[in-house]
Design a protein around this ligand. Sequence first.
Ligand SMILES: Nc1ncnc2c1ncn2[C@@H]1O[C@H](COP(=O)(O)OP(=O)(O)O)[C@@H](O)[C@H]1O
Ligand SMILES: C[C@@](O)(CCOP(=O)(O)OP(=O)(O)O)CC(=O)O
Length: 208
Amino acid sequence: MWNTTMTSTQARIILLFSGKRKSGKDYVTDVIQKRLTAEMCCILRLSAPLKQQYAKDHSLDYEELLGSGQYKESYRADMICWGEMKRQQDSGFFCRLAIKHATQPIWIISDCRRMSDVQWFHEEFPDRCICVRVEASEQTRSQRGWRYATGIDDAESECGLDEGVKFDFIIRNDGADDVLEKQLEDLLSLIKSREEESNTLHNIKPEK
Ligand SMILES: Nc1ncnc2c1ncn2[C@@H]1O[C@H](COP(=O)(O)OP(=O)(O)O)[C@@H](O)[C@H]1O
Ligand SMILES: C[C@@](O)(CCOP(=O)(O)OP(=O)(O)O)CC(=O)O
C-alpha cells in the first residue's frame, strides 16, 4: 500500500495532532500508527524533550514524568511555565529536538498545544502538514479521568489552538467504536492521497 523506497530520511507527511486532555490523542495516534506500521510511521511528542530536560535540570525522574500518574500532574504547572520560558527564547526548541532522530516517512506529532508549534512545522515543512484535532465531550473526558484544573485547563497549554487554526481533519472521539472507525478510515485515505501526491512530486526528475 505504501511506498517504502525512501530517498531521504525527511518526512513526507506530518500529522499535527492536538486536543484537550483526555480527548484521546494517545489512543487515536496509537491506532493510526498500528495501521500505518511502525516502519512507516513514528509518534513524536513535543513534551518528551521538554520532560527530559526539565527532569535533568530539576533532578527529577524522567520516566515518572512520562507516565500518566500523579507524579506528572504535580509538576505539570511548573513544567508548563518552564517550557514557555524556553519557547520564548526559541519557539522551535522542542520541535527540533522531538524530530531529531525520526527516520520514518510519516510523522505523528501527538501533542501540539501552541500556535508556535503549528507555525514552526508549517514553516519548516510547507505542504507536508496535516492538522488533526481530536475532540471529546467534557462528559467523556471526565469518564476518562479528567478533572478541570484552574491554571491548566484555562491556559495556553490547553487552549492555545482553540481558535485560529484551520484543521484539515477533526476526529470526534466520544467512544462509539464504529463512529471512530469510519473517521480513521477517512483520515487514512487522506494520508494515502497526500502520500501519493508527495511521491509524484519527489519523483519528478529535473529537466536537463
Ligand atoms: N475511543 C476510545 N475507546 C476506548 N478508550 C479510549 C478511547 N479514547 C480514549 N480512550 C481512553 O481514555 C483515556 C485517555 O485517552 P488518552 O489517549 O490518554 O488521552 P489524551 O492523550 O488526549 O490525554 C485512556 O485510558 C484511553 O485508553
Ligand atoms: C508540560 C507539558 O508538556 C506536559 C504535557 O504532558 P503530556 O504530554 O503527558 O500531557 P497530557 O497528555 O495532557 O497528560 C505541557 C505543556 O504545556 O507543554
